[in-house]
Structures are given as C-alpha cells and as structure tokens.
Design a protein around this ligand. Structure first.
Ligand code: NAD
Length: 188
C-alpha cells in the first residue's frame, strides 16, 4: 500500500463486477490499477468508470502483478477458489470481519473438509463449489429455530424489529459513503 491508497485488481466485468466497479470508484482511497475480463470489451467498458490504468483479458497477468494490494473477484463461482489460492500463495489474507457492540463475526475461506491435495505446484484445498454453501448449516439452524419457536408458541428471533435495525445500519452506511462523514443511527 502506497500513500494510504489501496491498489485493486478487479476481476470480472459482468453484472456484479459492474456494481463493484461503481462502489470502488466512489472511494478516493481506492485505485483500480487493472480490470480483467477475457471478454475484453467488458473490461474496456468499465475502464473509464474506475479510471483503471490497464485492462487485460488474462487473469494470470492481473493476479501476478506486483503493484496490487487487493483483488476483487467478480468472476463465475467455479473460478473463485483457484483465483483466491493464486493470490493466497503471495500472502494475501481472505477474511470478512463484522464488528458489533458486543463482539464480532469472522468468516474466512475455510475449506469444506480437511482434504488437501498435494502435487508438483503445491497444494489445493477442498473448497466449497458455491460460496453460499459455506453458510448451509447456518441457514438450516435458522430455519430449525424458526419452526421450533412457532411450534412452541414463541415469537421467532430475529424478528421484524431486528430487520428494521439492520436496514438502518445499511441506510446509515450508504449515507456515510455519499456524504463522506460519520452518520449516527439516531439520524436515520
Ligand atoms: N449478479 C448478481 O447479482 C450477484 C450477486 C451476488 C453474487 N454474485 C456472484 O458474482 C459472481 C459473478 O456473477 P455475475 O452475475 O457477475 O456473472 P456474469 O456472467 O455477469 O459475469 C462474470 C464475468 O466474469 C468474466 N470471467 C470469466 N472467467 C474469468 C476469469 N477467470 N477472470 C476474469 N474474468 C472472468 C466473464 O467473461 C464475465 O464477464 C458469481 O460468483 C455470482 O454468484 C452475483
């Protein structure tokens, strides 16, 4: 990272890549150095929006650059694990942290099973095929808790009030991004 700016490679210029491009362009601290898509016309379309230095059809070229701090992966799901591992061997961490008043939740790119395949190029972990599968057990537990509460005459949690509070956080974050200042939840 140079001069407090994060240099980003954006991989994939399809539907979700276009959304991420808009968000990246909104942050003055972010510099998109390269947009990559084998459909080079898609990468070229996003180039002016994010003011990217380069475009390339080659994911290898994009992830092997040495002027990139972070990679935003917006490619088809079955390409994610290989792209993540390619960056990971260069020491990039893969982690999501959500902070709250009473603690935090951390989600990492954990493998699905302890299986690890070794070959001449290194090793490959047994990643989930589709990223949402990682949360399968959580969805199941949520549904079980919901039906258990109904069967026992209790109101399920989380309820509508929690949904409103989550929405307030999202609205405050959006207003904060647009207005470039901290926004208190009491303003929403
Ligand atoms: N579309 C959504 O609303 C949405 C929402 C959440 C998550 N996602 C996830 O985002 C990912 C992409 O979905 P999408 O809807 O944008 O698909 P898409 O087909 O619209 O776009 C994918 C793009 O990636 C390009 N591509 C393919 N292989 C590549 C590679 N190796 N390197 C660089 N670019 C490559 C394709 O040419 C294409 O332009 C999927 O994992 C999807 O589950 C999409």
């Amino acid at each position: 990272m140079k001069n407090d700016r994060i240099a980003v490679a954006l991989l994939g210029a399809g539907r979700i890549g276009q959304e991420h491009a808009k968000n990246l362009a909104a942050f003055p601290q972010v510099e998109v150095v390269v947009v990559c898509d084998p459909r080079i016309e898609g990468a070229e379309t996003l180039r002016p929006l994010v003011r990217a230095r380069d475009v390339t059809p080659s994911p290898e070229e994009a992830v092997n650059r040495n002027d990139v701090d972070a990679v935003v992966i917006c490619t088809p799901t079955d390409t994610h694990a290989a792209l993540i591992e390619r960056r990971a061997v260069y020491g990039y961490d893969i982690i999501t942290e959500v902070f709250g008043e009473n603690g935090k939740i951390v989600v990492q790119a954990e493998p699905k099973t302890p299986l690890r395949e070794y070959n001449k190029d290194g090793y490959r972990l047994d990643h989930y095929h589709f990223f949402m599968d990682r949360f399968g057990p959580a969805f199941r537990a949520e549904l079980e808790a919901f039906f258990h509460a109904i069967a026992n005459g209790r109101s399920p949690r989380p309820g509508p009030g929690d949904a409103v509070e989550s929405l307030k956080i999202a609205l405050a974050a959006t207003r904060s991004l647009k207005e470039g200042r901290s926004v208190k939840l009491t303003e929403i």
